[in-house]
Design a protein around this ligand. Structure first.
Ligand code: KIV
Length: 262
């Protein structure tokens, strides 16, 4: 997978699968899966560090996790999130954040929203770095949006979403994440754009899907938004294994003779 394959897959009607990943051991699993590409999302502030929102992600943190993922999945296409406000302090600061993520092993960066971003997107793309846009529910704006709510629920809001998507496409984005918007809105935007859309909570009529690794595997116990399909109960699986280990230690059946040096 490289950046050109995103467009090729949309043009050929093949769906793109993307999953978030934040660490080396997770990346090794994704590396040997069929999933097309990885997002080192700023959701790592929540999934890996226990914060309530993504606002606590920093360029330093994103760089650390991107480097670990790149070591674990060297053959996968990796998109890294530009964290909260890192691209709002002028072109110089934005390009420095991009440079750190790319040096850590990213192949593209993602940024949220569009207001005031067209010039930044153009500058990053003109510097040789592919940019993925992100519209709909943009978690870095959670305070402005008044919570993690489904967006583009009215005809007027769908019009605005479409116009913003076209603006990002014109600025040079190679693809666009649509988060938590009604299926019909996502379908309209996807049809209006040449570039592919990657949905999360955006229904089936998009060019691909992205989910959070912990959510796919059932590690985020109790998190059950409507859009989520959980493919395993890894929380239970891991806990059962840990309890079996604990039992074996306590009744002295681990380690056995074959697991000990003579
Ligand atoms: O940070 C993230 O995980 C994301 C996805 C939800 C698209 O941006």
């Amino acid at each position: 997978m490289n950046v050109l394959d995103f467009q090729k897959m949309k043009d050929e009607g093949r769906k793109i699968s993307m999953v978030t990943c934040y660490d080396y051991s997770g990346a090794r699993v994704v590396a040997e899966s069929n999933v097309d590409c990885i997002l080192v999302g700023d959701s790592l502030a929540m999934t890996m560090h226990g914060h309530a929102t993504t606002l606590r992600a920093t360029t330093e943190l994103m760089t650390l996790h991107t480097a670990a993922v790149a070591r674990g999945a060297p053959a996968k296409f990796i998109v890294a999130d530009l964290p909260f406000l890192s691209y709002r302090k002028g072109l110089k600061d934005a390009i420095e954040a991009v440079q750190e993520l790319m040096a850590a092993g990213a192949h593209a960066v993602k940024l949220e929203g569009v207001r005031g971003h067209a010039e930044i997107v153009r500058h990053i793309v003109d510097s040789g770095v592919p940019v993925m846009g992100h519209l709909g529910l943009t978690p870095q704006s959670v305070n402005l949006l008044g919570g993690m709510k489904v967006q583009a629920r009215t005809d007027a809001a769908v019009e605005i979403l479409g116009a913003q998507a076209r603006e990002l496409e014109a600025a040079g984005c190679f693809s666009l994440v649509l988060e938590c918007v009604p299926s019909e809105a996502a379908r309209k935007v996807t049809e209006a754009l040449h570039i592919p859309t990657i949905g999360i909570g955006a229904g089936p009529d998009v060019s691909g899907q992205v989910l959070v690794y912990q959510d796919v595997l059932g590690l985020n116990r109790g998190f059950k938004p409507k859009f989520l399909r959980t493919y395993a109960d890894a929380f239970d699986l891991i806990q059962t294994a840990l309890n079996a280990y604990d039992r074996d230690v306590k009744d002295s059946t681990f380690p056995s003779e074959s697991e000990s040096y003579s």
